[in-house]
Design a protein around this ligand. Structure first.
Ligand code: HEM
Length: 305
């Protein structure tokens, strides 16, 4: 109980999903790819980040399914239908910057403490638990969490046809020193594409990654990296509060997924952190951002021990 909330979150994830030594506490199943980022004209009007001008930047991208069971099929309920896309930019200045997105626009809760309470409620709500279960009670007291878990999550054709969202707001500052808050959106260039639940249930367990690898045989699979820019009074510290679609989006550039890497070989040494940013991008005061970094570092420590 005295441990930091980030450590208790990792403990609770390990308790929920069972012990799987050597893998991530969450987003345990993944597939790693090499790619490139090519900036769009004018992207540096929003941020002076080094990857927004000049030549293309090499990327290491890990797609994943939420949940802590590494062998779970794509359609397993433990994933909650949530996919991940984590991107590491290998910057021309020798540094790195990370962007870690999910397939949902928004998050069920606004703080690490509430996320812990949600995961504890789920853990206390197994079969045979009298109704209303702790999870049902949590959801009725937290409308954003209820909306999150009842949003339909169709299964994509492949990771390459799935849109992703940054969820937490970041602050973007340009060379003139002007700052704006925004949230990442990653949009498949070929359009979002899904299969029916019936079809999804009949596919092999790793179809999302397998189908992306198959597409790459015909050439790179591309996404557009966008930033949805907040209005002055939009909430920037609460990831449950999504902004209206009418907010302007700025195009940062194109992400090309180029080549599959040997996931087994490379994924464990990979660590993505939401606070790993570069000059021209700063975390907002959304409290989830720091809790995430502490939890990811804790999970990394356990899986590399
Ligand atoms: C308090 C809230 C959250 C907690 C406690 C949490 C916890 C974790 C943990 C422990 C991991 C494993 C990290 C590792 O071993 O490297 C992880 C991975 C991940 N999380 Fe979160 N997470 C939170 C919120 C979010 C949000 C808001 C997003 C997306 C916007 C997100 C996206 C991801 C992704 C994509 C991965 C996989 C990263 C990879 O491929 O290495 N998480 N999360």
């Amino acid at each position: 109980e005295d441990e930091p909330v980030a450590v208790r979150l990792v403990d609770q994830m390990n308790a929920l999903y069972g012990a799987h030594p050597g893998v991530r506490a969450n987003h345990a199943k993944g597939a790693v790819f090499e790619g490139t980022f090519t900036p769009a004209q004018g992207a540096d009007a929003l941020s002076s980040a080094v990857f927004l001008k000049g030549a293309a930047t090499p990327l290491v991208i890990r797609f994943s399914n939420a949940g802590g069971v590494p062998s779970a099929p794509d359609t397993d309920p433990s994933t909650g239908g949530i996919r991940g896309m984590a991107i590491k930019f290998h910057l021309s200045d020798g540094g790195e910057a990370d962007m870690i997105c999910i397939s949902a626009n928004g998050f069920p809760v606004a703080t690490g403490e509430d996320f812990l309470a949600l995961l504890q409620a789920v853990g206390a709500s197994g079969p045979g638990v009298p109704k209303p279960t702790p999870a049902e009670k949590f959801l009725s007291a937290h409308p954003a969490a209820l909306a999150f878990v009842t949003t339909p999550r169709p299964v994509a054709v492949s990771y390459g046809t799935q849109p992703f969202f940054g969820v937490n707001a970041f602050k973007f500052t340009n060379a003139q020193g002007t700052s704006k808050f925004g949230r990442y959106r990653i949009v498949p260039e070929s359009g979002a594409a899904y299969v029916s639940d019936e079809e999804a249930a009949k596919r092999p367990p790793n179809a999302l990654a397998d189908n992306l690898r198959a597409s790459l045989e015909k050439g790179p699979v591309k996404f557009r990296l966008m930033v949805q820019v907040a209005d002055a009074d939009d909430p920037v510290t609460d990831a449950t509060k999504i902004w209206p679609d009418s907010r302007p989006t700025v195009e940062f550039g194109e992400i090309a997924v180029v080549k599959a890497l040997d996931t087994q070989k490379v994924e464990n040494e990979l660590l993505y952190l939401p606070t790993n940013v570069t000059s021209g991008i700063d975390p907002s005061d959304d409290p989830i951002i720091n809790t995430r970094t502490e939890a990811y570092a804790e999970s990394f420590g356990r899986r590399t021990k």
